[in-house]
Design a binder for this molecule. Structure first.
Ligand code: ADP
Ligand code: ADP
Length: 230
């Protein structure tokens, strides 16, 4: 599904150069749930941003579904992001002055989906995360766990092949974190959505199929698990 070959990422400012990723080779299979752990600054977000085509590597190639995408122009990348990928962030990134249903519809506005169909699909996505009773609420009227479930609904409304999640439970207490994790496991199991998740929570990482440990811009260890619901 995703194949990274010899990825290097160097951040340059006028005075400093940081090697954020070094010789990263990684293949994520279709339907896999992969987690990534590692100390702060080891390159996890950079890796996720590169997989999500939000940031370009300094060198190396990215293949998505067999197609080399690392050399495509920005417009094509934006389209691939919108059609194939869904993003979830630690801080939700919801739009505060749009209610829940309008937030969830957003990815469909960039496609030619009619308003009626957008509403129907947003409703359906909200049902999957157990929030169909909150469509007219605004983000600041919801708990952290509910906000993250809205963000998940927005990530899945376009039926992406892959979800990229950067510490999706990082701001949540353990009960709400578990709810979010169960939804991700369910999406992976029932819809076959490929998921790559950065986390600091060892217990959550061990509920995915494979845990990749990162250190200083490189993968240093891989552990395989049987993914489990609750
Ligand atoms: P993590 O997500 O594991 O905390 P990051 O991918 O955010 O790590 O960062 C990896 C390294 O790259 C760190 O040393 C960080 O300071 C550096 N870095 C990240 N983003 C930038 C940027 N936009 N400009 C310069 N350096 C950056
Ligand atoms: P953190 O992991 O520190 O909470 P975020 O998850 O908020 O960081 O964001 C991770 C990175 O993705 C940031 O560099 C941010 O600029 C970028 N980003 C966040 N939201 C979006 C978005 N909707 N579209 C594109 N890039 C985004």
């Amino acid at each position: 599904m995703i194949k990274l070959t010899n990825i290097e990422k160097v951040y340059k400012t006028s005075t400093i150069q940081t090697l954020a990723l070094h010789q990263v080779n990684l293949e994520v299979a279709r339907g896999e749930f992969l987690s990534i752990m590692g100390p702060s600054g080891c390159g996890k977000s950079t890796l996720l941003n590169i997989m999500g085509l939000l940031d370009a590597p300094t060198s190396g190639t990215i293949r998505l579904d067999g197609q080399t995408v690392s050399n495509l122009p920005d417009k094509r990348l934006a389209r691939i992001r919108n059609e194939k990928l869904g993003f979830i962030f630690q801080s939700y990134h919801l739009i505060q002055d749009l209610h829940v249903l309008d937030n969830v519809e957003l990815p469909l506005i960039y496609r030619n989906v009619s308003a009626t169909e957008r509403k129907r699909r947003a409703q359906e996505a909200l049902e999957k995360v157990g929030l169909s009773a909150r469509t007219k609420h605004y983000p600041n009227q919801l708990s952290g766990g509910q906000r993250q479930r809205v963000a998940i609904a927005r990530a899945i409304v376009g039926r992406p092949d892959v979800i990229l999640a950067d510490e999706p439970t990082g701001n949540l207490d353990s009960v709400m974190g578990d709810e979010v994790m169960n939804i991700l496991l369910q999406l992976n199991r029932q819809e076959g959505t490929t998921i790559v998740m950065v986390t600091h929570d060892e217990a959550m990482a061990k509920r995915t199929q494979r845990l990749l440990r990162f250190f200083d811009g490189q993968a240093v260890n891989t552990e395989n698990y049987v993914a489990q619901l609750s």
